[in-house]
Design a protein around this ligand. Sequence first.
Ligand code: SF4
Length: 362
Amino acid sequence: MSLATRPQAAKAADLLVWYDRHRRVLPWRALPGERPDPYRVWVSEIMLQQTTIAAVKPYFERFMARFPTVEALAAAPSEDVMQAWAGLGYYSRARNLHACAKAVAERHGGVFPDSEDGLRELPGIGAYTAGAVAAIAFDRPAAAVDGNVERVMTRLFAIDEPLPGSKPLIREQVLALLPHQRPGDFAQALMDLGATICTPRSPACGLCPWREPCEARQAGTQETYPRKQPKKTGKTRFGAAFVAMREDGAVLVRTRPAKGLLGGMVEVPTSEWSADYVLDNAQADAPLKAAWRRTLVPVRHVFTHFPLELAVYVAKVPMATLVPEGMRFTPFARLREEAFPNVFLKALEAGLEALRPPPSAP
Ligand code: SF4
């Protein structure tokens, strides 16, 4: 038998031996012999979608300190949840997270369903999260296929079909590899292997428990996997952001509508965003009349489906300024408590920098 056709059970066993020696210690992960907490596993999986572990760790710790149980999260006002999430991006997830906590608290007495099917019925839990939580929290034989796992599997089996078309085949391969014993550890081992050894560039094949059966490594083509369809990126959109500071330092903000992009998050007022936005007319979109001044450098942000460039306008306004409908002045000291997503934090910071008085001459 060639090494490439080594039985699947042996591959799983090799991976688990590797995992027992090299598993990562993560704040949401149970230590060997401990029972995982489904609530922590679920929150971490939602936070980790398209975000790195390093970025998630501090958010996770703060989130757990603030909402230590699913009941506490369910009972929290939505502004508190959005505020604790601000900066992580993909805000519909925070809304779904909150809705899911309420569903678990109200429909399941605060206990997460322990099967993939049961989990999938909850808001915001798709195939990946259901598989990951079922496997990690309940040791169910479920496939949890994220980007890391896709990379490892397409290399291990030299899957040439590009993503996303190859997803069903990858899932099939993961299911075929799943061991009867310790499927939860297997899922986490696969994630760890993808994150630490089988990295996108320069994978450390010499340290990999699958170096012998790996078909891509044998062919020396590992870095060409996973194969992908060329990306279509949207056109850059342009717009203007307005940072109005009152004499007492309070800044004009508003909460975005609950539905849609960055729904429920807080922003400094902006114009519409479009590919053909004409900056010359930007002042007509300002939230109030003032001596608006444009800062030198625009703020850039890349959303999943389009890049955005916002020109930032700043103005100092008097105390007696009428507050435009649907907006509010937030005191300077409380700005950090507002749920600004990154794009508006950048605009706010650029505006505050421009409004800062020049240092007085010595
Ligand atoms: S041998 Fe290399 S390419 Fe293959 S799974 Fe291991 S790290 Fe990835």
